[in-house]
Every structure is written in structure tokens, then in C-alpha cells.
Design a protein around this ligand. Structure first.
Ligand code: ADP
Length: 267
């Protein structure tokens, strides 16, 4: 019993309302599914070291404790896995603080030469151990932003460059004044990243090579923390890479933090 009357103005408004509600529901569903994925990921990431800790403790209880050499080795692994749990939880707390917008930016004028020197000095031993050549090219000398948070960004990018570059490679840290703000970059001659992985790199827990990341003590959260911090500064992150050749990670900090979505996006 279908009859087609012309649609009145107020009915159009109602339809628009319904479409908007459906749009909102779709968005809510997506958020809900991301939240579920996240909980599943966190549980998995926490469970892996716990399973290993539990296994080694049981082996010790079952008698391995009598063998001094074995006991020492197992306790070493237990210690390492505990550190790993600690690291994951610290990163998760950082992320959750950033996402809730609870981190007030403590903005100051930052001397980039000094900040980078600080980060590099702390890594001297690791650079030497892997025989990595480091070049600095800090052309833009000052940025404004939260010094502690931006230090964390540079530490994370530099740390990754060292982790994912084989012995004898080279790393370059630089900055330059651009039209949108100051760009800071970290380049390496490391393993590089396959093209299809590039869009997912800043997602929580995303890793190109799980085994390699784990071996290096990675949590898969570093880049997602980086992205959040830069977005809190209304800036942008970027990556370009060639498999087997190296990678370039960069971020731009605008002169003014006047974006709407300054609390970062859920991912
Ligand atoms: P992780 O703790 O695993 O290093 P990140 O979030 O810092 O986590 O990085 C995510 C993934 O991106 C890494 O597991 C690695 O596969 C890749 N990646 C990050 N930086 C580099 C780099 N400089 N060279 C090659 N791959 C990198």
C-alpha cells in the first residue's frame, strides 16, 4: 500500500537527522571495535612475558634451582621479561595520559642543539657498540614546545634508528625551518620498511617484524606515542623509507599551536 507523497521540508530535516544519527552510530561502532582490538592487543602483549616468567619459575620450583648455572640463566630471563612488562606498562600509561588530554603542555623555547646533544650523549655507548656513524645538521636552532615531551619524541626516533640499523650504518639528525614550522628529522641507513607497512607504522602495537622488535626490547608503542605528542603540538609526523636502504622519520612543529583536535586521535 505504497503511496508516494512529495517529501515536505520538515520531513527532509528529519531524514537528515536520521542520517546523522546513523553516521554517529557507525563512528561509535568503529571506536568500539578499535577499543576491543586494543584490549585484545594489550592482553596479548602482557601475557607473552608473563607466560615465560611463569614457565621459568615452575621449572625452577621443579628442581632446576639445584643447578646453579641453570638457575642463574633462568633468573636472568625472568628479570629481562619483568623489565619488558615494566616497559610496556610505562608506555601504556604515557599513551593513556596523552589520549585523555590530561597532559598539559608545558611550553618553553627549546634550544635544539642542546636537546639533541643531550639525547645523543646518553646513547654514546650504543653508537660505539654498533659502530654507527652520526651526523648532526641542526639548522633551525629553536622550537617552542614541551621540552620533556619533545625529548621523548627525539629519543624514540633516535632509538629506533639505532635499533633498526645494522652495524657500521649511519644516522643523521637534523632540523630546518620550513613554511609550516620547524622540521626535525632522523635518517638512517638501516633495514628500511616495506611500503605496505608505512601507513600502519604509527598504530599502537604495529610492528613490521615482531621478532626483531621484541629482540630489541621494543613494545610497538613508541611511534604511536610520538604521533600523539606531535599532534598535541598541532604538528605532523611523516615517514619515508626504502626497504634495505634506510628510513627517514620527521615531524613538523608549527610556530603556533592553534589546532582544534590538539588531544590527538584515537588509533
Ligand atoms: P618498537 O618498540 O617495536 O620499536 P615503534 O612503535 O617504535 O615500536 O615502531 C614500530 C615499528 O616500526 C617497529 O617495530 C619497526 O618495525 C618499525 N620501525 C620504526 N622505526 C624504524 C626504523 N628507523 N627503521 C626501520 N623500521 C622501523
Amino acid at each position: 500500500n505504497l503511496h508516494l507523497a512529495p517529501i515536505r521540508g520538515d520531513e527532509i530535516e528529519e531524514i537528515r537527522g536520521v542520517v546523522a544519527v546513523i553516521g554517529d552510530i557507525t563512528k561509535l561502532r568503529q571506536l568500539e571495535s578499535m577499543r576491543k582490538d586494543f584490549v585484545a592487543n594489550v592482553s596479548h602483549e602482557l601475557k607473552t612475558p608473563l607466560t615465560s616468567i611463569k614457565g621459568f619459575i615452575e621449572t625452577l620450583i621443579d628442581g632446576a634451582i639445584e643447578d646453579r648455572g641453570a638457575a642463574q640463566r633462568f633468573l636472568g630471563i625472568i628479570h629481562q621479561e619483568t623489565e619488558r612488562l615494566n616497559h610496556i606498562i610505562a608506555d601504556l600509561l604515557d599513551l593513556s595520559k596523552l589520549e585523555s588530554g590530561r597532559t598539559e603542555l608545558n611550553v618553553s623555547t627549546i634550544d635544539l642543539d642542546e636537546l639533541v646533544a643531550e639525547v645523543v650523549d646518553a646513547a654514546e655507548n650504543r653508537l660505539r657498540a654498533k659502530n654507527l656513524e652520526l651526523t648532526l645538521a641542526i639548522e633551525a636552532k629553536v622550537i617552542s614546545g614541551d621540552e620533556d615531551l619533545l625529548r621523548e619524541v627525539i629519543v624514540n626516533l633516535f632509538d629506533n634508528a639505532m635499533k633498526y640499523t645494522p652495524e657500521g650504518g649511519a644516522i643523521k639528525i637534523g632540523s630546518a625551518e620550513g613554511p609550516e614550522g620547524v622540521e626535525v628529522y632522523v635518517e638512517d641507513t638501516g633495514f628500511g620498511i616495506p611500503e605496505e607497512s608505512l601507513p600502519r607504522l604509527f598504530e599502537r602495537f604495529y610492528r613490521v617484524d615482531k621478532g626483531r622488535s621484541r629482540e630489541m626490547g621494543g613494545t610497538g608503542l613508541g611511534l604511536s606515542i610520538v604521533k600523539h605528542i606531535i599532534e598535541r603540538h598541532c604538528g605532523k609526523v611523516a615517514v619515508s623509507s626504502k626497504l634495505g636502504r634506510g628510513s627517514r622519520f620527521s615531524f613538523i612543529i608549527p610556530h603556533q599551536f592553534d589546532c582544534e583536535e590538539s588531544h590527538g586521535t584515537v588509533e
